[in-house]
Design a protein around this ligand. Structure first.
Ligand SMILES: N=CN[C@@H](CCC(=O)O)C(=O)O
Length: 343
């Protein structure tokens, strides 16, 4: 776990706005004591959930996207530290592991250009490097019987989450992905658009349900591939649920759960499925925040839910005066997960 920058009690104190008569998550969340190995500490720690940040956007750059998602972790942890610790949710359920140290990699990509074939290959190689670290860390967390809550970063990190969980569980896992995009693009070198196809091809992902695909942004090629493997990969579209009303949101959640619930599954949330959220693939049309919150609550209730990954939110691409809002949204999603997760 040497690639982790631990989050200390001092870091937490700096971002918590203390008020007399109130108790904030920042006063109750668990951090690793000074000079203690995170993993050793985690073995003895009672908190069930492990918060882990991946402040990178290299996978997004390698996918011709707009960088900015590296800033979501900072924004999220600041918001989470200021949630009220009360009868509805307790900060002490969360261990703040810290963030993946990607500073060297982020420096390296500053001047790389997606349009240059050599640069693109360098970007993909760096994504592979991050994949290894992410899967190693997720493996260790899950092996200890804990539940990771991962704040990205690009959706490329679905690969490391799935691989790490599968290795820890000793078998391939399933995933449900609330997303406008399939991220099942061809195996052309790693990036944020092919985390699930790589995990599938390499045998870490068994069954995959994509919830709320945007019909306008899914290629014929991907639809054809998915059609051929529909015993293992299924989807519904946002358009068929919220626009044409051919399908019902709640019934679709039940169908998706039935599909993936024969084994452990990861819950993947891409914030580019929600309108007006600053993201690489920002949109004005999509499911509401309330639908997303209901989705997390619904899937978290199941004992097979192995982790939660929230990604692609990019405060740096948002309005300067309101760039705390993505962190605040992530805070709601994290507490929705904790409040209903019963594993
Ligand atoms: N993870 C997101 N993948 C989408 C969006 C790409 C982008 O614009 O950043 C995709 O590959 O289509």
């Amino acid at each position: 776990m040497e690639k982790i920058i631990p989050f200390t009690i001092k870091d937490l104190a700096k971002i918590t706005n203390h008020r007399s008569g109130e108790i904030k998550f920042g006063e109750k969340m668990i951090t690793v004591p000074k000079d203690t190995d995170s993993l050793e500490f985690l073995k003895t720690c009672e908190a069930k959930y492990v918060l882990f940040g991946i402040p990178e956007d290299i996978g997004i750059r390698a996918n011709y996207g707009r960088p900015g998602a590296a800033s979501a972790w900072d924004s999220a942890i600041k918001s989470i530290a200021n949630i009220q610790h009360n009868r509805f949710c307790k900060g002490s359920q969360l261990f703040v592991l810290g963030q993946l140290n990607v500073s060297a990699e982020m420096k390296e990509v500053e001047h790389l250009d997606f349009n240059d074939i050599d640069d693109r290959s360098k970007l993909s190689q760096l994504v592979e490097k991050i994949d290894k670290d992410v899967s190693h860390i997720i493996f260790n967390i899950i092996k200890l019987g804990k539940i990771p809550i991962i704040i990205g970063g690009g959706h490329n990190n679905s690969y490391g989450n799935i691989k790490g969980t599968a290795l820890a569980k000793g078998k391939p896992i399933n995933a449900v992905n609330f997303d406008a995009h399939s991220d099942f693009r061809i195996l052309e070198g790693r990036h944020s658009g092919n985390g699930f196809s790589y995990a599938y091809e390499e045998g870490f992902l068994k069954k995959y349900f994509i919830f709320g695909l945007h019909e306008n942004y899914t290629s014929k090629n991907v639809l054809d591939i998915i059609k051929k493997i529909e015993d293992r990969v299924r989807y519904n579209t946002y358009d068929s649920i919220n626009i044409r009303k051919e399908k019902d949101f709640n019934q679709e959640m039940a169908l998706a759960l039935e599909f993936i619930n024969d084994d452990f599954f990861g819950i993947e949330i891409d914030l580019d499925s929600i309108p007006n959220i600053a993201c690489s693939a920002m949109t004005f049309s999509g499911f509401s925040v309330e639908q997303l919150r209901q989705f997390i609550s619904y899937f978290a209730k199941n004992k097979n839910a192995a982790y939660l990954h929230i990604c692609e939110g990019a405060p740096d691409l948002g309005e300067e005066k309101n760039n705390h809002l993505i962190g605040k949204l992530i805070g709601y999603l994290v507490t929705d997960f904790i409040k209903t997760n019963i594993t």
